[in-house]
Ligand binder design. Sequence first.
Ligand code: G3P
Length: 222
Amino acid sequence: MKFFIDTADLDEIKTALDWGCLAGVTTNPSLYSRIGGKLEDFEDHMTKIANLCEGLPVSAESTATTAEGMIEEGRHLASLAPNIVVKLPIGAAGLEATHALKADGVNVNMTLIFSAPQALLAAAAGARYVSPFVGRFDDIGDNGIDQLATIVQCVKNYYTPDQCEIITASVRTPQHVTEAALLGADIATVPLGALEKCLKHPLTDQGLAQFEADWKKVTGQA
Ligand code: G3P
């Protein structure tokens, strides 16, 4: 499975890049707002992320509300850097814009996917990525992983990863990552905090402490 980081924070992206396992970045208006982003800096900031990530796909979300607006904004965002993927919300306007942008050779990540029919429509319109949300189902007492399982099976019945990849989004826990991988989702986009939790295991800490204690005996420092 590929790991994307779900953030607009340059320092967090640098941290994940240093780990050597980052395959892409996803952003959205909320994540940009969270870092104190200003409208006038938006394009510059997306360009900085895209340049920092050197060829890895970086999703920049359009905030237009009509198909025409999404197409225009999408073309402009895609012109900022060759690795920018235009993120669009599922809906009639989003589908129309996806179809037009694909014809231009622009990759689209269709977001806010909560059902298999939404994912299938996005893929049929030409979305390069579909982003089903997991954690937000859990927030309302549903089971996000069960919903993801249905979406993965339906999309994989018809599309190869070369055509459409599934980005598991709204990932909150290492368990979400494990379950997404078990289901065969192509990608998980994960906030840095959850990625750090994925690194941790108490038995790793315990084992490391033991190695350090035993090495002190070897070096005569114990
Ligand atoms: O990429 C968008 C998605 O990951 C949002 O996650 O935590 O706001 O539900 P969250």
